[in-house]
Design a protein around this ligand. Sequence first.
Ligand code: NAD
Length: 256
Amino acid sequence: MGKLDGRVVIVTGAARGQGEQEARLFVAEGARVVVADVLDEQGAALAEELGALYVHLDVGEEDAWRAAIAAARDAYGRIDGLVNNAGILRFNSLVDTPLDEFMQVVRVNQVGCFLGIKTVAPEMEDGGTIVNTASYTAVTGMAAVGTYSATKHAILGLTRVAALELAPRGIRVNAMCPGAIDTAMSNPSLLDPEADSEETSRALDGLYRKLVPLGRIGKPAEVARLALFLTSDDSSYITGQPFVIDGGWLAGVSVI
Ligand code: NAD
């Protein structure tokens, strides 16, 4: 018996990184998964490997959400879960951030999450689940990622309000707040064939050994296990909550 037997789950931004690991784990646990992304080649290849459905979905476009939902219903006849995972990061101090850049991040991270809730919840079976991917920077500040942090704080607001509004239908809505996770977002050298990704990984290891109490960067598969917990009946009495998964980073600072 899998933890998600019979359930149909849409995972956005699932072509790579954390979303990919969520799609893999959910399929292994018996779910029928809709892999949604703008990276068509990677997303379609993953879906084929998993026996899942790939849909092109730019999470900032309401019509694209409606098309993705229709495709999911055509293929599987129902929708039980959504993981709002798609996201982008830009580095800039607030005073140097062009408005276009601010709006670009808001469009994907915040509007994308809002549209996911708005369009999928009415089509979802009662008792369904929504997991929103926020961040460590949703619960504390971090210099140079102000736009990103603002959108991730907003995702916690959306999570709480959606949990209240959807509770009468038994739909649970929670958020994950990952610290540093080893994907292209925190280590862009993973995407650059010219880069010495081993050297970058060593440098990042040194950084996280100092910053993170558990002494290492997190693995996308570890976040996927939290997403599984929040999507399965194991979390049946939990809704409206942020879950920090950060190796202890947020616990405080050490002076020794
Ligand atoms: P990633 O960059 O590997 O994956 C992000 C995915 O989102 C990609 O597949 C990308 O194509 C997709 N995407 C981007 N814009 C999109 C759009 N408009 N519509 C649909 N898909 C889109 O990074 P990741 O670490 O796997 O990120 C997953 C989530 O985790 C993001 O929401 C990110 O903000 C969050 N997060 C990441 C970290 C980290 O350290 N990596 C930490 C905290 C939170």
